[in-house]
Design a binder for this molecule. Structure first.
Ligand SMILES: [Zn+2]
Length: 110
């Protein structure tokens, strides 16, 4: 499985298991929407769903992921993907590292 596909699988497993069945907080519904949009963005990236060929364009999956993180950085890294290991076979620290690759400059090729 390619790395981005593995990360997508991990994200969905953390969402369904750790978050939906384990997270208890007042902002759960707000955070759930952030998590879902992140899953959509990573799904686009992992499957190369694009509206144009320019990875720097605002419509690109890379931009989508980067913008998601810049708007929700603390929530994503501390609330949704906090901790070291989750219930997924994909360790959450690897998912965090994957997402951090999109911050700042453009993500390099997988
Ligand atoms: Zn575009």
């Amino acid at each position: 499985m390619e790395n981005s596909q593995l990360m997508l699988r991990g994200l969905i497993e953390v969402y369904e298991n750790d978050f939906m069945h384990g997270y208890e907080g007042e902002r759960k519904e707000e955070l759930r929407l952030v998590f879902l949009e992140l899953i959509v963005a990573v799904t686009r990236y992992a499957n190369n769903y694009r509206y144009c060929s320019n990875p720097e364009c605002l419509c690109s999956p890379e931009s989508h992921i980067r913008n998601m993180i810049s708007r929700n950085r603390s929530d994503i890294y501390n609330e949704l993907l906090g901790g070291y290991l989750g219930l997924s076979e994909v360790p959450v620290f690897k998912i965090r590292d994957f997402l951090k690759g999109f911050e700042g400059e453009l993500a390099s090729e997988q």
